[in-house]
Design a protein around this ligand. Structure first.
Ligand SMILES: C[S@@+](CC[C@H](N)C(=O)[O-])C[C@H]1O[C@@H](n2cnc3c(N)ncnc32)[C@H](O)[C@@H]1O
Length: 269
């Protein structure tokens, strides 16, 4: 498989994390599809990864899967749209339980090409190639039904003004929709950029962070429906199975709110 550079090159990092955590901590998270994709990984996919970085990646899926399930489980036909989907396997984890959802995956053309090569054509999953910021994807989605936009591991690579402009555009196309995304605090960004440099992918350095969810929601003119930290369940379920340094890092991240998931309601534009 061809080599991916820059931000598109970051897509193997979370896939590796899902594989590593599924093997080591199946009582917390198991992703059968990710395990099946292991042969597609480049040799150095785990470069620089640690138990903590793998769990930090997977905690996003763990929490977002629950948020998507809660949203879709209370509704009939609805859209769940993954923006910057990468090799996300949420469709495989969730679609069996949520048969009324229309699943859409949007990413840059080279990543969507890789997705199509790896996953093949799946009739219940729409894939759209393009830059999510140009909004061409939005016209291909039926906005008359409830919609949740899921942006996982993506906004960090944008600058704050780009994130706010993007959310504004989403309001125009999907007024009243929900959006979930993960965000790192300014302190968390410093740690994460140090980790990224260890993986050797310096062009994927992160810019955007959230220190206060309510203030950020207000800046965007959105309603903050929920704020989650990453690790309460991982700490409870895995406890003494974790390395001391992993547990310490997780507890520090919790105490200082270094990694968050926000769920916003997009007020009318
Ligand atoms: C770290 S990966 C996360 C992938 C996936 N969301 C996950 O959590 O496994 C970041 C992804 O965002 C995509 N991306 C970055 N900028 C984008 C843009 N402007 N439009 C669409 N996708 C973008 C990259 O190609 C990459 O697949």
């Amino acid at each position: 498989m061809k080599k991916f550079d820059g931000v598109a090159g970051t897509l193997f990092v979370p896939l590796w994390a899902r594989i590593a955590v599924s093997k080591k901590f199946p009582e917390y998270f198991t992703d059968e599809k990710a395990l099946a994709l292991e042969p597609y990984l480049p040799k150095d996919a785990e470069k620089g990864a640690s138990e903590y970085s793998n769990l930090a990646s997977v905690a996003r899926y763990y929490n977002m899967d629950r948020m998507v399930s809660a949203f879709a489980g209370q509704r009939g036909a609805c859209n769940v749209v993954y923006l910057g989907a990468g090799l996300e396997t949420a469709f495989d984890r969730l679609s069996g339980r949520l048969p009324k959802v229309f699943w859409t995956q949007v990413d840059l053309p080279e990543v969507i090409a890789a997705r199509r090569e790896i996953f093949g054509n799946r009739p219940k999953e729409i894939t759209i190639a393009g830059d999510m910021r140009d909004m061409a994807w939005a016209g291909q989605i039926d906005a008359s039904i409830p919609t949740m936009l899921v942006i996982s591991g993506v906004f960090q690579y944008f600058h704050e003004e780009e994130v706010i402009a993007f959310i504004d555009n989403c309001k125009t196309f999907f007024p009243g929709a929900q959006m979930i995304f993960d965000a790192t605090s300014a302190l968390g960004l410093r740690y994460t950029n140090w980790f990224i440099k260890r993986t050797g992918n310096e062009s994927a350095v992160m810019h955007f962070g959230v220190d206060d969810s309510a203030t950020f929601a207000e800046k965007c003119g959105c309603v903050l429906l929920e704020e989650r930290t990453f690790f309460p369940d991982a700490l409870r379920i895995l406890r003494s199975k974790l390395k001391f340094v992993t547990r310490l890092s997780m507890k520090t991240a919790e105490r200082r709110k270094m990694v968050l998931i926000l769920r916003l309601k997009l007020a009318d534009a």
